[in-house]
Write a protein that binds this ligand. Structure first.
Ligand code: NAD
Ligand code: DAU
Length: 352
């Protein structure tokens, strides 16, 4: 198995690469990543010398580069995670999301299709597209959940770009009979999470005594899953998922943002030896995100019943682990927040 994982230097991708490199030593794993601001090879420093691992620096918006790479390496499978992933950035710069998430995904589909058609067909091949629950829009009735049948209703430029990419993947499955499979996951958290997203941003700001910016009234609800459990789900879908199908992945773990920030403050007060209530004083209500989705909640029964996957960690345990990781990895955090990680690692790896 020659497996291409895209976006493997990012938050979730690095956990997926690590899981596959260590669990499947017989596979050759290729990690293709453009090393944008979100890509950080330090996330993979523990496995970068593994004999079954190769890093390739490249951009999925470059169709010619992808065609050449597929012609040279003849991958058997693709797990596609590379994306622009932050909703706030999509509001200020939607076109980058169109380029990477839509054009990049179609480039990758074309490269895989052309390579597989010209080398004997689709037998034994698999193109797995990793997507998000945000494509389903926003829930307003507290009893509702997103199922695999929920109609798409994306509300932000980010979710619109992911929805478009999902539609293209399904269209290639239908039109060209490409062997595709998809999953749509809820909010991840854990080690290596880029500190522009809620949980790592709050941990970092609590530690450095900066304001904790809660959008609006903090009433929006997200369904949180530990990133390693998402990587385990991706393993299950890649190996056992039925072609043409979609699997929703989530933790049945809904939290109002404000409650979550208070919980983080309590954990951090305890870990930092501060009197209880100290960090919560940093909470600051700021202007709401434009078009802010109210609630996401995933019905994950299909993957649980059909593929036997379930989350391994309770939320409180996962949050403790996450806080411990950030406190123990100050250099990672300093390099990421200062931007130093980019010049250092970019200098180490040349373009192919
Ligand atoms: P991330 O932003 O941390 O990482 C994205 C990675 O993709 C980075 O390493 C970046 O360098 C790379 N990349 C970006 N543009 C590229 C390009 N043009 N060519 C090649 N590489 C490029 O994202 P993440 O949070 O790890 O999310 C990974 C995937 O999972 C995304 O597709 C995202 O939509 C999806 N997802 C994320 C979450 C979440 O909570 N973070 C939940 C569900 C689904
Ligand atoms: O649901 C899956 C999605 O989860 C993924 O597809 C996205 O890639 C990922 O970024 C995440 O999107 P969210 O917008 O839900 O995550 P974020 O961490 O940006 O925000 C979580 C919630 O916290 C959201 O309601 C906005 C709020 N928030 C966020 C930040 C950064 C704040 O209140 N303050 C903040 O500073």
């Amino acid at each position: 198995m020659k497996l291409l994982i895209t976006g493997g230097a990012g938050f979730i991708g690095s956990h997926v690469v690590r899981l596959f490199v260590t669990k499947y030593p017989e596979y050759q794993i290729y990690n293709l990543d453009a090393l944008t601001y979100a890509g950080n090879l330090a996330n993979l420093s523990d496995i970068e010398n593994a004999p079954n691992y190769t890093f390739i620096k490249g951009d999925i918006t470059d169709a010619k580069f992808l065609e050449d790479m597929f012609a040279e390496l003849s991958f058997d499978g693709v797990i596609h995670l590379a994306a622009e992933s932050h909703v706030d950035r999509s509001i200020t710069d939607p076109m980058s999301f169109v380029m990477t998430n839509v054009v990049g995904t179609v480039n990758l589909l074309n490269a895989a299709k052309n390579s597989w058609v010209s080398t004997g067909g689709f037998d034994g091949k698999r193109f797995y597209h990793v997507s998000t629950d945000e494509v389903y829009g926003s829930l307003h009735n507290p009893e509702d959940f997103f199922t695999e049948e929920t109609a798409y209703d994306p509300q932000s430029p980010y979710s619109a770009s992911k929805a478009a990419s999902d539609h293209f993947v399904r269209a290639y499955g239908n039109t060209y009979k490409m062997p595709v499979v998809l999953s749509n996951c809820s909010n991840n958290y854990g080690p290596n999470h880029f500190p522009e997203k809620l949980i790592p941003l709050m941990i970092h700001n609590i530690q450095t005594n900066k304001p904790l910016p809660v959008y609006g009234k903090g009433e929006n609800v997200r369904d949180w899953l530990f990133v390693v459990d998402h990587a385990r789900a991706i393993d299950a879908v890649f190996h056992k998922g039925k072609l043409g199908e979609t699997y929703n992945i989530g933790g049945f773990n809904e939290w109002k943002n404000l409650d979550l920030v208070h919980l983080l403050c309590q954990i951090m007060d305890r870990k930092l030896g501060r009197p209880e209530g100290t960090s919560a004083q940093l909470i600051t209500y700021v202007t709401d995100r434009a078009g802010h989705d109210l609630r996401y909640a995933i019905d994950a029964n299909k993957i649980m019943n059909e593929l036997g996957w379930q989350p391994s960690l309770q939320f409180e345990e996962g949050l403790e682990k996450t806080v411990d990781w950030f406190l123990a990895n100050q250099t990672w955090l300093e390099n990421v927040t200062s931007g130093a990680y980019q010049s250092y690692y970019k200098g180490m790896y040349a373009n192919r």
